[in-house]
Each structure stands twice: as C-alpha cells, then as structure tokens.
Design a protein around this ligand. Structure first.
Ligand SMILES: NC(=O)c1ccc[n+]([C@@H]2O[C@H](COP(=O)([O-])OP(=O)(O)OC[C@H]3O[C@@H](n4cnc5c(N)ncnc54)[C@H](O)[C@@H]3O)[C@@H](O)[C@H]2O)c1
Length: 233
C-alpha cells in the first residue's frame, strides 16, 4: 500500500517503521494540513495529529475518496459529522481511541465485568488513566471508551466525568507522569475488598501495529468502522 502519514510526530514515526517492515511505502509525512498535492496519491491516510487539526484533516482525505484510519483523540464531539462525510463521499473512515490488540481485548473484558457488577451496588466503580505529560487531552480517548462500555452495561450510570464517581456520573482520574505510554485501570471497591482490571502499554508499538493492520483491512471497504470490526468480526 501507499500510505500517507497525516501527523508525523511520535506515533507517525513508529507507524512508518511498522508499515515499512510489513512491505508498505510511505508516500507522505505531513505535519501540516493535507492537500491533494502533498498527500501524493495514497491508498490510505493514517491520521495521528492533534485534536484541533484532526477533523479537518480527515474531511479533506474523505472528500478525495482516500480512506482514513484516525487515532487522534480529543475531538469526538465532531465524530458524527465526519462519519456523515465519509458516507456522503462513498469513502471509508475508521476511528480507534486505541489501536492495540490488548486494549481492544480489555474493552471487551470491561463490558463483561460491568454487566456482572451491575447487580452489586456495594461496589463503587472508578476509572483511572495515566499518560505522559505531553498528552493534550484528558481524559484519554481510551478511558472514555472504557467509561462508555460501563455506562452501556450498568444502568446506575448515565455519564462520565473527570475526578471521583458521584451519583449517576462515573468518575475518571486522569494522571500525568513523565514518559508513561498509557495505563488504564477499572476499580470496583467495597468496604471489604477491591477488584481491579488493568492494561499497561509498555511502548507505542502496539498502537502502531494496530493502525497499520486497520489500514490493510479497510482497503476496498466503504462506510464507518471501528477496531471491533477489524479484530473480532
Ligand atoms: N488511538 C491510539 O491508539 C493512540 C495511541 C497513541 C496516541 N494517540 C493519539 O494520537 C495523537 C498524536 O499522538 P502523538 O503522540 O504522535 O503526538 P505528537 O505531538 O508527537 O505528534 C502530533 C504531530 O501532528 C503534527 N501536526 C500539527 N498540526 C497538524 C496538522 N494540521 N496536520 C497534520 N499534522 C499536524 C505535529 O507537528 C506533530 O508532529 C494524539 O491525539 C494522541 O492522543 C492515539
């Protein structure tokens, strides 16, 4: 495949390495708004930039029928609009708050546990995420997906919020520590014990590999997708 990297920062550079090892060519390395010229006729764009740029970058690619794999977090209020643009332009869009296989398995485990725990109100639920200090958004996109997985399965909750769980709002602690690539925990605490499930990323390679696998998978497809479609269907 000819891959355009839209956003050539920490993630873009690791995606480049992984993609080349899998036999793909990198035809663009952009730290600016994409155009038809600088995209250089790719089969797919992999978009890991920043929350302010992501919607516009994806829009330009989709309107030119270039499928987009988007990993940028922190812009999700505009996701319905970009999905509409993908359909209107007969293109393909795949958003993943986290592209690693381990986290996607963790998402499934989180939903199963939430379904089990909904009948035991003596356990208070709390989420926690830890990331490096350069991260622009809080809570992380991954923590939001985990919170949505609990809200969907446990009628005690109808929204998430930063900080502590209170009433119908599921709490997320967002901690920032030096070079942590991403650690997510879900706690169920009672007066007598605690259940914790935790995912720890050791580096960014798992995210990059997942994004390249998604780019391979989306070739020839039309519509809106998630990593669930890539990994479990
Ligand atoms: N979904 C996942 O699995 C996953 C994993 C890790 C990081 N992320 C997210 O990916 C994003 C990027 O992370 P990073 O660690 O590579 O950040 P980074 O800051 O290292 O890189 C972002 C790059 O985007 C560039 N940029 C700025 N404006 C741009 C524009 N208009 N168009 C294109 N590029 C532009 C910057 O110059 C920079 O090189 C963040 O939102 C982060 O939260 C997602």
């Amino acid at each position: 495949m000819r891959i355009a990297l839209v956003g050539y920062g920490k993630m873009g550079k690791i995606i480049e390495e992984v993609a080349q090892k899998r036999g793909h060519s990198i035809v663009a390395q952009l730290n600016e708004t994409p155009t038809l010229e600088n995209l250089n006729n790719p089969d797919v764009a992999i978009e890991f930039s920043n929350p302010e740029a992501s919607f516009e970058n994806s829009r330009i690619c989709l309107q030119n029928q270039i499928p987009v794999i988007c990993g940028t977090t922190g812009w999700l209020d505009q996701k319905p609009e970009i999905e509409k643009i993908a359909v209107e332009n007969n293109s393909a869009f795949l958003y993943g708050s986290n592209f690693s296989l381990g986290v996607n398995l963790f998402f499934a485990l989180n939903e199963k546990l939430a379904d089990l725990m909904k009948n035991f109100p003596e356990y208070q639920v709390q989420l926690e995420e830890i990331h490096h200090t350069h991260k622009k958004d809080a809570p992380s996109g991954t923590a939001i997906t985990l919170a949505e997985g609990i809200i969907k399965n446990d009628p005690r909750f109808d929204a998430w919020k930063l900080e502590e769980t209170k009433d119908h709002q599921l709490g997320i602690f967002a901690l920032r520590e030096d070079e942590v690539p991403g650690t997510h925990s879900v706690f169920y605490k009672s007066d007598v014990d605690e259940i914790e499930i935790k995912h720890t990323a050791f580096n960014r390679n798992g995210f990059a590999l997942g994004a390249v696998i998604a780019a391979e998978w989306i070739q020839g497809k039309k519509g809106n997708f998630s990593m669930k479609d890539v990994l479990f269907n």
